[in-house]
Design a protein around this ligand. Structure first.
Ligand code: CO
Length: 466
């Protein structure tokens, strides 16, 4: 029997997409031991925005959360999403920081590390891959991830070439990450067939979102074309900007005679747990009904939904909503000038904002954002296609050359750890604390100060009682 496995995203991407990653540990603690029996390929539970949100909004130590999930789910592969050299943010870290982060992630319980780079510049995922291999145990899986996008240069051949590179680098699996949900059923079919034919034997994963309404069709075609793993979310937190529903896909796959290894009664129990939570999130306003619907605009304009709402907000702020159509037409031009970067954060915002500025100023690139300047200086890595030489000369000066971001990243001086130690003093009690500070200094420091204050309060109380 053909096998397709399912990754459950409810603890990471589903809640990140629908409720801005605000699910506290207490909301899912009681269901973890049940989830452990479901038979998922993996449970995505960490990385992305969960780390920042734990520190910033939930008053939780992200490492402790991971250890608790690990303890409650000994039989399930735990998965995280890692932005390569950016770790969980948008700036490049030094190689020693990246290596330590991966080491600690595995040590605290992560099995599957899904690693991507916004530009698909695979030099930016090399260090994270090497660290994963270095600290791997028998359960560790290094998954190389491609940011999927559509452009004149993003052909099936280009994607096949990228997959070959990832395989040659030593990744165990390959994931296609369609963050905007714009991969059509036809594209999924041709792409996955192309990869299966051209790259050969390596497990292929499809990650998509229901945002535009195509995900179920896209996944069905992907399955027919030979995909091995699909990402789904427990139905209470599925659809809309999240993933397709786990139970629905289970049912459909069964009819095909495809075994996905899930236990029906268990996945139904998991959903029963999240159903009342969904209602709670709706009642509190955390879950906006808008994110549960279908947004086909992204298909019309060929840009992610979030990028459109961002542009509309910017234009409204400047009292220039009448320029919206013009700004939309400018997006493909800016994108071409930048060498067709995938429209993923932060590039989607950078392209959108520059398009708005170009239109409002009545002259293209009269004003250029610092982010775009840094992009041309080479800080993000290498663009998928050649950038506009004219714009490059304007930013770097005649004959100016972009610098190689890898030269700066490769430094292993320990300075980031030293700075963290100095800034935290006795607030830091572990390498994990230092790492939290290196990733999110302000949020981590605040969290660690509160942790200390709480303990001191508890301490005083105990003494008085005695
Ligand atoms: Co996603």
């Amino acid at each position: 029997m053909k096998q397709i496995r399912i990754t459950e995203t409810v603890l990471r991407d589903a809640q990140q997409s629908l409720i801005a990653t605000r699910m506290p540990f207490g909301d899912f603690e009681d269901i973890l031991s049940e989830m452990d029996k479901a038979g998922y390929y993996s449970v995505e539970c960490w990385g992305g925005a969960t780390f920042d949100s734990c520190l910033r909004y939930l008053g939780e130590d992200p490492w402790e959360r991971l250890r608790k999930i690990r303890a409650a789910m000994p039989n399930t592969r735990l998965q995280m999403l890692l932005r390569g050299q950016n770790l969980l943010g948008y700036k490049h870290y030094h190689d020693d920081v990246v290596e330590k982060f991966v080491e600690l992630s595995i040590k605290n319980g992560i099995d599957v590390i899904r690693i991507f780079d916004a530009l698909n510049d695979f030099r930016n995922i090399q260090t994270a891959l090497e660290a994963t291999k270095k600290y791997a145990n028998e359960r560790t899986v290094a998954s190389g991830c491609i940011s999927y996008t559509q452009s004149p240069v993003h052909t099936v051949e280009k994607y096949v070439q990228m997959c070959k590179e990832l395989k040659a680098m030593g990744f165990d699996t390959i994931c296609l990450k369609d963050m905007a949900g714009t991969m059509s059923p036809y594209e999924a079919e041709t792409l996955i067939k192309g990869i299966k034919d051209g790259v050969g034997d390596i497990p292929l994963i499809l990650h998509t979102h229901c945002t535009t309404g195509m995900a179920y069709m896209t996944i069905t075609k992907a399955i027919e074309a030979g995909v091995d793993v699909i990402d789904c979310a427990s139905s209470a937190l599925s659809n809309g900007t999240s993933q397709p529903a786990t139970e629905t896909m289970f049912y459909a796959l069964q009819q095909y005679g495809i075994d996905c290894g899930l236990k029906e009664d268990v996945i139904n129990k998991v959903n029963d747990h999240f159903k009342p939570l969904k209602q709670k999130y709706i009642d509190s306003g955390l879950l906006n009904p808008k994110s549960m619907g279908t947004d086909s605009q992204a298909l019309v304009y060929k840009v992610p939904g979030g990028m459109l709402s961002n542009m509309i907000a910017n234009l409204k702020d400047m009292n220039a909503l009448d320029k919206f159509d013009e700004a939309l037409l400018e997006i493909p031009n800016v994108r071409k000038d930048l060498g067709y970067p995938p429209l993923v954060t932060p590039l989607s915002q950078m392209v959108g904002n520059q398009a708005v500025v170009n239109v409002l100023m009545g002259e293209r690139y009269k004003q250029i954002s610092n982010e775009i300047k840094n992009y041309f200086k080479g800080e993000y890595g290498i663009a998928p296609a050649p950038v506009s030489k004219e714009l490059e000369a304007k930013i770097l000066g005649e004959g100016g050359q972009p610098t190689d971001c890898r030269i700066e990243d490769a430094k292993r001086t320990g300075e980031d750890f030293q700075k963290a130690k100095e800034a935290l003093g006795d607030l830091a009690r572990s390498e994990e604390d230092l790492m939290s500070y290196i990733c999110f200094p302000d949020q981590a420091k605040k969290f660690l100060e509160e942790r200390k204050a709480k303990e001191e309060n508890v301490c005083t109380y105990t003494i008085e009682e005695a």
